[in-house]
Design a binder for this molecule. Structure first.
Ligand code: BTN
Length: 246
């Protein structure tokens, strides 16, 4: 049953057999005036994109490639915490699908299982009020032979219904994004803490300027990573790559 209010939120659903990138497509649609709640799914991406200019492995019919255009009602709405909120939305979707333990979130928005990458999130601003939220969820990446990745088929040991799962994901996004829009990140922080794989770990934060060592002490209300540095000060980071030190 569709809950009251939710039925207006999925504005449009565009599904492709093959596309360069669902994010690239929605960025272009956003410029043409596509409305908030437009979703794009594809069976295959020929130029799937990850964070930091990386390629996102996107073979045909094997995984979920999903993008959603969201328009905030105020121009230049602060989206600094949005990637954290979306990561918790993905984690909760996986929980609803039956993965009750083992999901890990790594700041800023990697979704892991057993320290291997299960899903990735790419946020891109389409214009002043719009953001494209791209989610790649591994269902079967066995053909890649990449040990640092994991997929739902391996985790669950059975056939995964991509249609059902992507339905859950879209529902969860459409239900939770209005909460983020009204209240910001605070309602998502306790969820994040349930999955935070870095908390209290010795880490290195790599920024373009330097590498800073310390202990991860959680996230701020804006979604910044809090590092207890070696001088004993709490230092917030809004960007940077994090690795765990052994
Ligand atoms: C990451 O590097 O972790 C982010 C990966 C995001 C991949 C998804 S797949 C759907 C959407 N379209 C893209 O080209 N990228 C995102």
């Amino acid at each position: 049953m569709v809950e009251p209010g939710k039925e207006q939120l999925l504005a449009r659903l565009d599904i492709f057999d093959s596309i360069d990138s669902t994010n690239t497509y929605l960025l272009a649609q956003g410029k043409l005036g596509a409305v908030s709640g437009t979703v794009c799914l594809a069976e295959q991406q020929t130029q799937g994109r990850g964070r930091l200019g990386r390629v996102w492995y996107s073979p045909c019919g094997a995984n979920i490639y999903c993008s959603l255009l969201w328009r905030f009602s105020s121009v230049s709405h602060d989206i600094s915490g949005l990637s954290i909120a979306v990561a918790t939305i993905v984690a909760n979707t996986l929980r609803q699908y039956g993965i009750l333990a083992g999901i890990q979130l790594k700041w800023p928005n990697d979704v892991l299982f057993a320290h291997r990458k299960l899903a990735g999130i790419l946020l891109e601003r389409s214009d002043q009020s719009g953001v494209v939220i791209g989610i790649g969820l591994n269902i079967d990446v066995s053909s890649a032979g990449e040990k640092s990745w994991i997929d739902l088929s391996e985790i669950m040991g059975r056939v995964v219904s991509r249609n059902y799962l992507v339905g859950l994901l879209i529902n969860e996004l459409l239900e939770k994004l209005p909460i983020y829009e009204k209240q910001g990140l605070p309602p998502f922080i306790s969820e994040w803490q349930k999955y935070d794989v870095l908390f209290d770990k010795p880490i290195s934060v790599h920024t373009p300027q330097e590498v800073i060592l310390g202990t991860m002490r959680g996230i701020t209300e804006k979604g910044e990573l809090l590092l207890l540095n070696e001088k004993g000060f709490l230092q917030p980071f809004c960007y940077g790559e994090v690795s765990v030190r052994s």
